[in-house]
Ligand binder design. Structure first.
Ligand code: K1U
Ligand code: ZN
Length: 185
């Protein structure tokens, strides 16, 4: 397994539409495993393929006991409204309140090629929406008001030089390195 580099705001791939997955291959399964491992190291609850420089329409989500790989996901229905703070592994240290449907019904394909449906609210519902947005080149900052977006981008302006080439290299905690034996420290 590998820990992948995360692309940060400014990398054009984060603004591109992904390509639908038409075959579940061993390479796609490896990518999903690597994305989970990368998400864990980054202390996230979700990760979408463009965030690791890939254009497949796939994301991983892990909230409480829900661990999902969503391939070609679609939001088939949404209801209500809910506002809560979001962050993004591709815009580190920038946060903002985002209003979204409170409950969503998502249809997706899993790594066995089976279609499944999930109805979710709370953090899981929010995370699914955040990841599906990534698959369409949309970021949480796009939902902010002009003033709040300006402030978020101002904060990012001070952070972005930490990520040359728009690449965020993750550091593995030496105390947990045994969990990532393939990684060089
Ligand atoms: O896609 C990503 O950038 C991952 C992102 C997903 C997300 C965060 C907050 C709300 C919706 C979706 C993160 O995981 S950022 C880490 C984070 O903000 C968080 C971590 C644990 C619990 C709650 C939030
Ligand atoms: Zn994100």
């Amino acid at each position: 397994m590998s820990i992948l580099d995360i692309r940060v705001l400014g990398d054009p791939i984060l603004r591109e539409e992904t390509k639908p997955v038409d075959a579940i291959t061993e390479e796609l399964r490896t990518l999903a495993r690597d994305m989970f491992e990368t998400m864990h190291v980054a202390k996230g609850i979700g990760l979408a393929a463009p965030q690791v420089g890939r254009s497949e329409r796939m994301a991983v989500v892990e909230v409480d006991e829900h661990r999902l790989v969503i391939i070609n996901p679609e939001i088939v229905a949404g209801e209500g409204k809910d506002k809560a703070e979001e962050g993004c592994l591709s815009i580190p240290d920038v946060y903002g309140d985002v209003e979204r449907p409170a409950k969503v019904h998502v249809r997706a394909t899993d790594l066995d090629g089976k279609t499944f449906e999930v109805e979710a609210e709370g953090l899981l519902g929010r995370c699914l929406q955040h990841e599906i947005d990534h698959l369409h080149g949309k970021l949480f900052i796009d939902y902010l008001s002009v003033l709040k977006r300006r402030s978020a981008l101002g904060k990012w302006g001070k952070e972005k030089d930490k990520y040359p080439g728009f690449i965020r290299k993750l550091e593995v905690d030496p105390a947990r390195a045994h969990e990532h034996p393939d990684e060089e420290l």
